[in-house]
Ligand binder design. Structure first.
Ligand SMILES: Nc1nc2c(ncn2[C@@H]2O[C@H](COP(=O)(O)OP(=O)(O)OP(=O)(O)O)[C@@H](O)[C@H]2O)c(=O)[nH]1
Ligand SMILES: [Mg+2]
Length: 338
């Protein structure tokens, strides 16, 4: 029988382990405001802080899952397949006196130098160039060449927090201490945060740790701003998520979604979109038997958008073949990539 992962440890256990492993603790000060209390009651006595926090790492380590948990809403799509995120996605969250502007980035690509991958890497480099804090996400207990390549890109003059994510999957916690020490030698990380992006308590703890590294300055956005991305963009992304999740591994990452029509009619948003694939064979995979796969992609994307916007959505989907688009710089740009 498959052994269940050990439940996540308490913040105190984690701090004790870190103190043992690194001779330091990342525990937040006792008086750091907690998210629940602070979201609705800004602490007037504390000085305001705000800043940009870039979330970077190799593909599939959980960057977007972390962003969504921090923002408290699903704004960045996630899947078990690598290369899910393809854009710089900004999500804001104001906690007490501190406003975090989180920036999710594509997983840094180390293979296949096509136009799409070059564009993804350009997006990562752009995102780390002008931020206050960098969150470098790895899988707890793992560090390989793909992680090292991302670490090489990181600026030396801003605090880098190491998030050792998917901590819930680590069975032998004792082995994490030497791993953490080895990570300490790789970069002068400002903090070491073993955590699970799926554990709400770890997320609360992360706010407190991260806030200490943001500058004292006024907020950059209204407290209730969620993202800087348009509704058209969110629609295309939710469709792409369902495409990624509902088609098998055989459908390559070189598919994308283009919004052809987006109109608001009172409480209804009417959307028509095209799923662009590389080959005729891929078209069949997306459409499925008697159109059943395409129908499911449409239904699930529509439900997700209705939840996000709290309104009715009418969604019409088409599939088109445009071979070689991911190799073609001009076409990659025309599909909205940088
Ligand atoms: N067990 C576990 N799984 C996680 C955790 N965080 C993320 N995942 C899973 O890891 C997979 C990848 O998550 P994403 O958030 O899409 O990863 P990403 O780093 O944004 O991936 P790219 O955008 O492709 O670079 C998904 O199946 C998530 O559910 C975690 O803390 N624990
Ligand atoms: Mg992602």
């Amino acid at each position: 029988m498959k052994k269940n992962p050990t439940p996540a440890q308490s913040a105190a256990d984690l701090d004790a382990m870190l103190a043992g492993a690194l001779g330091k603790t990342t525990a937040a000060p006792e008086d750091t405001p907690q998210a629940e209390a602070a979201d609705t009651h800004p602490d007037a006595s504390a000085a305001r802080r705000s800043g940009y926090v870039a979330i970077v790492g190799k593909p599939n380590v959980g960057k977007s899952t972390l962003l969504n948990a921090l923002v408290g809403q699903k704004i960045s799509i996630t899947s078990r397949k690598a290369q899910t995120t393809r854009h710089r996605i900004t999500g804001m969250r104001t906690v007490g006196a501190t406003q975090f502007v989180f920036v999710d980035t594509p997983g840094f690509q180390t293979r296949h130098g096509n136009a799409l991958n070059r564009s993804l890497n350009k997006t990562v480099l752009g995102a780390v160039s002008d931020v206050d804090v960098v969150v470098f996400v790895v899988e707890a207990g793992h560090f390989n060449l793909a992680d090292a390549k991302v670490l090489d890109l990181l600026p030396r003059d801003v605090p880098v927090l190491l998030v050792a994510n998917k901590f819930d999957l680590v069975h032998r916690r004792a082995e994490l201490a030497p791993w953490l020490r080895s990570m300490q030698e790789r970069h002068p990380f400002a903090e070491f945060v073993p955590m699970s992006a799926k554990n709400p308590r770890d997320i609360q703890r992360f706010f407190a740790i991260c806030a200490q590294h943001l500058p004292e300055q006024d907020w950059l956005f209204d407290a209730d701003t969620l993202t800087d991305k348009s509704e058209r963009f969110m629609a295309a992304e939710m469709i792409r998520e369902k495409l990624f999740r509902l088609t098998g591994d055989e459908l390559p990452y070189t598919s994308t979604v283009v919004i052809d029509l987006f109109v608001e009619e009172g409480r209804l948003k009417r959307i028509a979109a095209t799923i662009v694939v590389e080959r005729d064979g891929h078209k069949g995979m997306v459409i499925g038997d008697k159109g059943e796969k395409l129908k499911r992609i449409g239904t699930e994307a529509r439900q997700e958008l209705e939840k996000l916007w709290d309104c009715k959505v009418f969604l019409e989907l088409w599939v088109k073949v445009k071979s070689g688009w991911a190799d073609d710089e001009a076409r990659v740009r025309s599909f909205g990539y940088e």
